[in-house]
Write a protein that binds this ligand. Structure first.
Ligand code: NDP
Length: 456
């Protein structure tokens, strides 16, 4: 009898796990992958993909308004039907989940649709069938889960980003608790769909860790888009009112009521009950699997990739980590993921795109800086009459001329920053940006036409 049933057992068929399974199988490994929910994971099922489709829907509001300036007359006030959007998005999610399944099947990875728990350094127990699988390597790719920690009394009256995609009706009033990616993206899109949104955040500004100028300008733009901000508000309690609506109490100020409370106070690595502690795998303070650069845990046969390791919690990072792991362990092609320069976007309207260091981070790291800024009205806003600005900031090391960070707030910031990230990853200098010929007329051309550093 063979020593192991499979070469690789992957727990979790999200972005990282699926990539690892497919690549490992391509290298000839016998692979089994278990998923207790739907195949595709957070990004496909209840994250990036359905969220971005909602964001597209929310931006039509602006397009309809702007069209008049360009000569269009719309027949009547456009109306929006929530169930149509919700169900179309759900169908697309089902289609994508099917593609993920096909990809795994095509790679000849054996799929088990049930929960799997680790019982030994090389043993995994499938919970529904009871089957014990002996694996040469185990990969934990179970992602994260919304965290209500510490629990708010009445927090169960709120929903998380898991449920927000399935709301039976579009609420009239929504409270959003938190000031990070998820809170802001949903606050922004629901406000544009006509919901009266109030954002309750414990900090004095949103998006902690982002460049200060971006944080403040985004907050102001979202206020202008109709979102009410209650900053410095720690939610102490949520209660249900006789009519079914919710009332949230902040530590200070008047309580506030709404039909739905979306709690977006972060996510935690999904390791509870997985058996990792029992086999001696080290977990960090949030329950994350502690891994080395090769994504191996303190137990040599157990590895982990993606949000469950709480390194950089972004889908493309999980995919890379899964790919690197599979190439290294099964393909005899060792490589590791560089977590240093990673672009990201916040899909609010206006959008944020950012890569590299913020001005504050660069200063804290001891760089002497030249900072370039551009704040302009996009061409489309001239005729549409929309009060809209695009803001761009370049953070440059004064001694080496190296581009340390690029930060954009405005239309297409995510698209622009992805391309800019190539230059920053390559170690581009400001002089490289300067000798790049502008593409006119575009917003992105501002990145290569800024010449005068900010004074002071
Ligand atoms: P974030 O960590 O981005 O934000 C959490 C927010 O909740 C912060 O504003 C934080 O405040 C606040 N918070 C945390 N704990 C509490 C608490 N106990 N009481 C009150 N407020 C609290 O998490 P998200 O849930 O928004 O997103 C999770 C991860 O998912 C992100 O880190 C990101 O990596 C990923 N993501 C990426 C997206 C993208 O790339 N566009 C989109 C959505 C998610 P404070 O700042 O004070 O700590």
């Amino acid at each position: 009898m063979a020593e192991y049933d499979v070469d690789l057992f992957v727990i979790g068929a999200g972005s990282g796990g699926t990539r690892a399974a497919r690549i490992a199988a391509g290298h000839g490994a016998r692979v089994m992958i278990a998923e207790e929910d739907r195949i595709g994971g957070t990004c496909v099922i209840r994250g990036c993909v359905p969220k971005k489709l909602f964001v597209y829907a929310s931006r039509f509001t602006e397009d309809f308004e702007d069209a008049a300036g360009f000569g269009w007359t719309l027949p009547a006030k456009p109306s929006f039907d929530w169930p149509t959007l919700r169900d179309a998005v759900a169908n697309e999610v089902t289609r994508l989940s099917g593609l993920y399944r096909k990809g795994l099947e095509g790679a000849k990875a054996e799929i088990r649709e049930e929960r799997a728990v680790i019982e030994g350094p090389h043993e995994v127990r499938l919970q529904k069938s009871g089957q014990l699988v002996r694996a040469r390597h185990i990969l934990v790719a179970t992602g994260g889960w919304p965290s209500f920690d510490p629990p708010i009394p009445g927090g169960e009256l709120g929903i998380s980003s898991n449920e927000v995609f399935h709301l039976p009706v579009l609420p009239k009033r929504m409270l959003v608790v938190g000031g990070g990616y998820i809170a802001l993206e949903f606050a922004s899109l629901f406000a544009r769909l006509g919901v009266a949104v109030t954002l309750l955040h414990r900090g004095d500004n949103i998006l902690r860790g982002f460049d200060e100028d971006i944080r403040t300008r985004l907050r102001d733009a979202l206020k202008e888009a109709g979102i009410t901000f209650r900053l410095g508000c720690t939610v102490e309690r949520i209660e249900e009112l006789p009519d079914g609506s919710r009332r949230a109490h902040c530590a200070t100020g008047a309580p506030i009521e709404a039909d739905v409370v979306l709690v977006a106070t972060g996510r935690r690595p999904n390791t509870k009950g997985l058996g990792l502690e029992k086999v001696g795998a080290e977990l960090g303070p949030l329950g994350e699997v502690v891994v080395d650069a090769a994504s191996t845990s303190s137990v040599p046969s157990i590895h982990a990739v993606g949000d469950v390791t709480n390194r950089v919690n972004l889908t493309p990072v999980a995919i890379r980590e899964g790919h690197a792991f599979a190439d290294t362990v099964f393909g005899n092609k060792p490589w590791t993921v560089d977590h240093g320069i990673i672009a990201s976007a916040v899909f609010t309207t206006p959008e944020v795109g950012t890569v590299g260091l913020s001005e504050e981070q660069a200063l804290a790291a001891g760089h002497e800086l030249r900072v370039f800024e551009s704040n302009f009205r996009p061409m489309k806003a001239t005729i549409s009459g929309r009060h809209e600005r695009i803001y761009m900031k370049l953070v440059v090391d004064a001694k080496t001329d190296k581009m340390l960070g690029v930060h954009i707030l405005g239309h297409d910031a995510g698209e622009i920053i992805q391309a800019t990230a190539i230059a920053v990853t390559m170690g581009a200098t400001k002089a490289d940006f300067d000798r790049t010929v502008a593409l006119h007329p575009s917003a992105a051309e501002e990145l290569v036409t800024m010449r005068t550093p900010r004074a002071g």
